[in-house]
Write a protein that binds this ligand. Structure first.
Ligand SMILES: [Zn+2]
Length: 330
């Protein structure tokens, strides 16, 4: 079967559906974890946040949960996140790390990020022992028992300035102005990240996560061009099973398609799940980024690719025993 690896094994009367594969309560907020040790549950939780639940472990990718009144509600708050083992932070902009410190302190999770990210966490009362600073330049493989994590230096998105200015101006004309209270709230949230310019070139980290049965996940939280370090990391691999990749912030479809195609050609994923496509209803870049034109462009180039986009907190389950490392063709 072509697609049965994506979803949970068929339910029967004796073995009903695994709640972890349909319940929208995050495992990290007390929801169900997968019953079967070969099941991976993946939930998108806005912007580039994901929850990975596997063998009783929880990996959070980015942490931006209390987003403010300007954003669509995620259905939970940062304070509800009570269980996490590792938080991999792609970069230190507020919309990727604003809740990493508070969630890390509550759960005891190890926080992984670039030196700039680590420096920000240290200003937020996170003990040094709970922070792992990585450059993504190689030789930093992190081992967690049931999975490993390879940090890889990536590059932040750099959308065309002219397009961004024209679109931002038009959107500012058409969308509700943030209230003073919303502006204050937004500033508080933004201050939990940094706009240090080094985030763009030194502070954006992709993570290659490999589960113990060989299932590989490439996570990239910002839609910038691929780097030599990413090429090096992929050089000897036939591909990954799952790419979790940010849609670039270019507003227009051709550049967002081109960026996704670059990821597909390098990572050679079996399954592609987009990120960073939701947006606030006012203020900063208030438009969702369309995923369908991207999916079509990817499939035109690779008809075997599986594309998936779910709503907030809706799980996608994978049978991780069926994977590229075991000979499946991406
Ligand atoms: Zn960013």
């Amino acid at each position: 079967m072509e697609t049965n690896f994506v979803f949970e094994k068929s339910a029967t009367a004796a073995a009903p559906r695994d709640p972890a594969c349909f319940d929208t309560k995050l495992a990290s907020t007390g929801g169900p974890a997968p019953r079967d040790p070969t099941t991976l549950a993946v939930r998108w939780i806005g912007v580039s946040n994901f929850e990975l639940s596997y063998k009783g472990k929880i990996i959070l990718l980015d942490a931006f949960f209390d987003r403010g009144e300007e954003w669509p509600p995620l259905g939970f708050h940062a304070a509800d996140v009570v269980k996490a083992d590792v938080i991999l932070i792609g970069h230190a902009h507020f919309d990727h790390m604003s809740d990493a410190a508070s969630v890390g302190l509550r759960t005891g999770a190890l926080l992984v990020g670039a030196p700039i990210t680590a420096d920000k966490l240290k200003t937020q009362s996170v003990p040094d022992a709970q922070i792992r600073s990585v450059t993504g330049k190689g030789g930093e493989l992190l081992k967690f028992g049931d999975f490993t994590v390879q940090p890889i230096l990536a590059l932040h998105g750099r959308p065309d300035k002219h397009i961004a200015e024209v679109m931002q101006h038009a959107l500012d004309e058409l969308t509700p102005k943030p209230s003073d209270a919303e502006k204050v709230e937004e500033k508080t949230i933004m201050d939990r990240g940094t706009f240090d310019p080094r985030v763009i070139t030194e502070g954006t980290i992709a993570y290659l996560i490999t589960l113990d049965d060989g299932f590989r996940i490439m996570y990239r939280d910002s839609g910038g061009r691929v780097t030599d370090d990413e090429r090096e990391a992929m050089r000897d691999l036939p591909g990954v099973d799952l790419a979790l990749a940010a849609v670039s912030a270019d507003f227009l479809n051709p550049p967002t398609q081109d960026q996704a195609l670059e990821y597909m050609r390098l990572y050679r994923p079996d399954v592609f799940i987009p990120a960073h496509h939701d947006a606030p209803v006012s203020g900063h870049a208030p438009l969702w980024r369309a995923t369908e034109p991207i999916f079509q462009a990817l499939k035109d180039a690779n008809p075997r690719l599986v594309t998936i986009s779910r709503e907030y907190r809706e799980p996608v389950c994978f049978d991780t025993g069926i994977n590229v490392a075991h000979g499946r063709q991406p």
